[in-house]
Design a protein around this ligand. Structure first.
Ligand SMILES: [Fe+2]
Length: 503
């Protein structure tokens, strides 16, 4: 049974329990109401047992007059509303050279791995070389430096550990040689910086030679973003984003998602809400579009749709409800029908044929880059964040934007190889953050949060799936049904909630 039919059946059942007769288009009006049960309850209290479309709209509007939460959006009738974005042409370009889709050519051989790490080192060390405060020497020249003399180095971290005296040590390598760098335990600034270090980080170190192949760090530099102010554009349009719909899961919030579809079609909400929805020219959908099959043990019991193709059919039906004047960009996540390992290619056409046929829907890999209205936009589902969060003491899943800022500082979406998140050593590096993004959209953590770092706005999307047993076990509180909208003029983020935060 389709989602629309399911909701309609729910409404009819609820009405018949109350002996309420739905007349004419009352059913459609109830489907558009933010809470059909409340509308029917209120009408029952007034002894109205034959319900018309007009009665539903009137009661719904009266109930919504004083909204208590973002979900209370009233049904709009009467005057036609023309969304601003409908009148404006899109300016969007997919930067295909940064997308692994159709470019994957790794065989997973030792030479692929060697090549991958050399590439990464080359790209990130070049960024570090542009830092004016760093005058790096090749590591092999540390031997020739006198004791207590200053020395700057660039290298990749091979491993990190705490010495028996409590200092943080790490082994730094370049293409020719290696040395040990120490962050002394009494140096608070250095200890804090060293806490951030992950294996495979490419770092700049300003230090002092202490012994043969041993350097005491005085400063640690990551490739980092340059200091920039957030750039705005003249055109009054905005980008909305969603992620982690998990269509096919029993926990998919279909009713709330239909409210979202009504809202983005400017069919519900106050004038202000409709103007906000009507300014959306772009919608980013950042992965885990369906729940998938066999992603985790016993998942089969938690599925409403147990066939991957049917899950994508249902997903496609929902996406086709988005107005055609909105450019929709969709990347995969770990639950989608592509490889688990990063970088992930776009969802293949065979699963989403109808959407591939639409001019306004674009499928990209994760990560991928876009040029939207002259702004650089980065999309990444976010698989590597889990490893980062579990390895660095000051990061946590409730504030994923902080972990994402660490990725920006490292200029690398692959913080460490060999932990939980798998990577394919592609011949070309797709994980290094080669450009300076204006907007960075992510999903995966099921938790809305936002941050700003050196001119980049970080947007972490929530989910359309209620809290899973696994999340309850972890104590993770998702934020379902919340849509962030980024105004491209002001770069401000405004949310519309389709259910209460933390529900
Ligand atoms: Fe997810």
């Amino acid at each position: 049974m389709g989602i629309t039919k399911t909701i309609e059946k729910e409404i009819i059942d609820y009405a018949s329990k109350k002996n309420i007769l739905l007349q004419g288009k009352a059913l459609e009006a109830l489907r558009n109401a933010s809470d059909f049960k409340k509308v029917l309850d209120a009408l029952e209290k007034e002894n109205v047992f034959i319900v018309t479309k007009e009665a539903v709209e009137k009661k719904s509007a009266a109930l919504e007059e004083k909204p208590k939460s973002g979900v209370k959006l009233k049904v709009v009738g009467g005057k036609a509303f023309v969304p601003r974005a409908k009148e404006l042409s899109p300016e969007i370009d997919i930067l295909k050279e940064y997308d692994v889709t159709d470019q994957s050519c790794s065989e997973g051989t030792v030479s692929d791995f060697l090549n991958y790490f050399r590439n990464k080192f080359g790209l990130l060390s070049e960024m570090l070389r542009k830092r004016h405060t760093l005058r790096p020497k090749p590591i092999k020249r540390v031997k020739g430096v006198a004791k207590n003399e200053g020395v700057d180095l660039i290298g990749m971290v091979y491993r990190k550990w705490v010495t028996k005296n409590g200092h943080i040590a790490f082994q730094l390598e370049d293409l020719e040689d290696k040395c040990i760098v120490l962050a002394l335990k009494d140096d608070e600034h250095m200890t804090q910086l060293a806490e951030r270090i992950m294996p495979d980080d490419v770092l700049g170190v300003k230090g002092v030679k202490f012994a043969e192949q041993l350097v005491i760090a005085r400063e640690i530099l990551w490739p980092d973003l340059p200091m920039r102010q957030p750039r705005g554009i003249e055109k009054g349009v905005s980008i909305a984003s969603i992620s982690d719909m998990h269509v096919g899961s029993k926990l998919f919030l279909e009713k709330e998602f239909y409210h979202f579809l009504d809202w983005i079609n400017c069919r519900i909400g106050s004038r202000k809400e409709r103007e906000k929805a009507g300014s959306i020219k772009y919608l980013m959908i950042v992965g885990d579009n369906v729940d998938g099959i066999g992603i985790y043990p016993k998942q089969f019991d938690e599925l409403n749709i147990r066939d991957i193709r049917e899950q994508y059919e249902e997903f496609s039906k929902l996406i086709m409800e988005i107005p055609e004047y909105i450019e929709v960009v969709i990347c995969p996540g770990q639950h989608d029908a592509v490889r688990w390992a990063d970088p992930q290619p776009a969802i293949p056409k065979e699963f989403v044929k109808e959407l591939y046929g639409m001019g306004n829907v674009h499928f990209v890999g994760s990560p991928s880059w876009l040029d939207v209205e002259g702004l650089k936009v980065l999309l990444y589902h976010g698989g590597s964040l889990h490893d980062l969060i579990s390895s660095v003491s000051f990061l946590d899943a409730a504030h994923p934007e902080k972990a994402t800022i660490e990725l920006l500082r490292k200029r690398d979406l692959m913080p460490a190889y060999g932990l939980k998140q798998p990577y394919v050593p592609e011949r070309k590096d797709f994980m290094v953050i080669k450009e300076e993004p204006d907007l960075f959209f992510l999903g995966d953590m099921h938790h809305n949060s936002y941050g700003s770092y050196r001119g980049t706005t970080v947007i972490h999307n929530g989910t359309w799936q209620s809290r899973t047993n696994y999340q309850i076990k972890l104590g993770h509180i998702p934020t379902p049904g919340i849509v962030p909208i980024v105004n491209l003029q002001s770069r401000k983020i405004n949310e519309t909630a389709f259910m209460e935060r933390g529900a």
